[in-house]
Design a protein around this ligand. Structure first.
Ligand code: RIB
Length: 307
């Protein structure tokens, strides 16, 4: 059993401020920090810290941030064998404005992530074959997601697609998804509609089911998440916590969901456990540094009768 993450490495340059600046405005921030992030790397670390056997493939630059990712993955106990290094672009970088309320705004420049090629992906087909669950996001070239979906279908793998940043997908890619995990806004982009109510989220999710997605898991921020599949439509409430940093919260949820799925748990149980992961993750700063460990999650899960 194992989780394969085909995904992005992005370094987060984070300015903490009382509120995000308006266009043309310069604000004095409170502090500046550099954290390792990127949706792929965040999800890989989240899954690993839940105890899954995780391998991540992707591309970083030949720069200090690329070195930092390799070092951190070694420290986390993950193989770095399949991390491609390029001297043709810098490691991906996000400029993050983080408000003291915990709310964030992110401008992500993919850099080296876009240089992960279809040939690179084809070369790791044996890893796809070995994995139980395969996870990806949308910070690499769009063709990578579509080709990966095909390979997952070919090898009957549980394909978890985190459709962020938002884009549309061909029916073939959607039909390969065991789970798709958009937030409300991303769900709207996928179905090409502006969605504002729970009723509309459920209708949009059902549209994705009709294209062959097995489970639509809509993340609803501080409200929790929503599962729509052919058997049920169920809301899972979020933990009530004081969020200091929401960067990577969705990734902690999707990455841990992949790990729980890999353990053989059903989607709803996995979502309930991942809700704890997300609740713990937002109480600390930095995307990767704040990913919780399994023992912290289990303590709360036992208290709530989840395990
Ligand atoms: O989902 C959060 C992540 O998105 C951040 O770590 C940032 O780098 C962007 O990729």
């Amino acid at each position: 059993m194992s989780v394969l993450v085909v995904g992005s490495f992005v370094v987060d340059l984070v300015a903490l401020c009382d509120r995000a600046p308006e266009a043309g405005e310069t604000l004095t921030g409170k502090s500046f920090n550099i954290y390792l992030g990127g949706k792929g790397a965040n999800q890989a670390v989240a899954a690993k810290r839940m105890g899954a056997d995780v391998t991540m493939v992707g591309c970083v630059g030949c720069d200090i941030f690329g070195d930092d990712f390799v070092k951190t993955f070694v420290e986390e106990g993950m193989s770095t064998q399949y991390i491609v290094r390029t001297d043709k672009a810098r490691t991906g970088c996000s400029l993050v404005t983080l408000e003291t309320s915990g709310q964030n705004r992110i401008c992500m420049t993919p850099g080296a992530n876009l240089l992960y090629t279809i040939e690179d992906l084809e070369s790791i087909e044996p890893l796809i074959k070995q994995a139980e669950v395969v996870v990806t996001q949308c910070e690499m070239s769009p063709e990578i997601v579509d080709e990966l979906a095909k390979l997952c279908k070919k090898h009957s793998k549980k394909f978890v697609l985190n459709p962020a940043p938002a884009r549309t997908f061909c029916d073939e890619t959607l039909s390969a998804c065991y789970v798709i995990s958009p937030n409300e806004m991303e769900l709207g982009v996928i179905v090409g509609k502006q969605l504002i109510s729970d009723k509309e989220y459920i209708e949009a999710a059902r549209e994705l089911l009709s294209k062959g997605v097995q489970n639509v898991v809509v993340t609803l921020g501080s409200r929790g998440s929503l599962l729509v599949n052919n058997e049920q439509t169920t809301f899972v409430s979020a933990m009530k916590v004081k969020a200091v940093d929401t960067v990577g919260a969705g990734d902690s949820f999707t990455g841990s969901l992949a790990a729980f799925t890999d353990e053989g748990k059903d989607v709803l149980t996995s979502m309930r456990l991942s809700t704890i992961v997300g609740g713990l993750q937002v109480q600390k700063h930095g995307a990767i540094p704040s990913m919780p460990y399994r023992n912290e999650v289990d303590k709360i899960a036992i208290k709530n009768g989840l395990i």
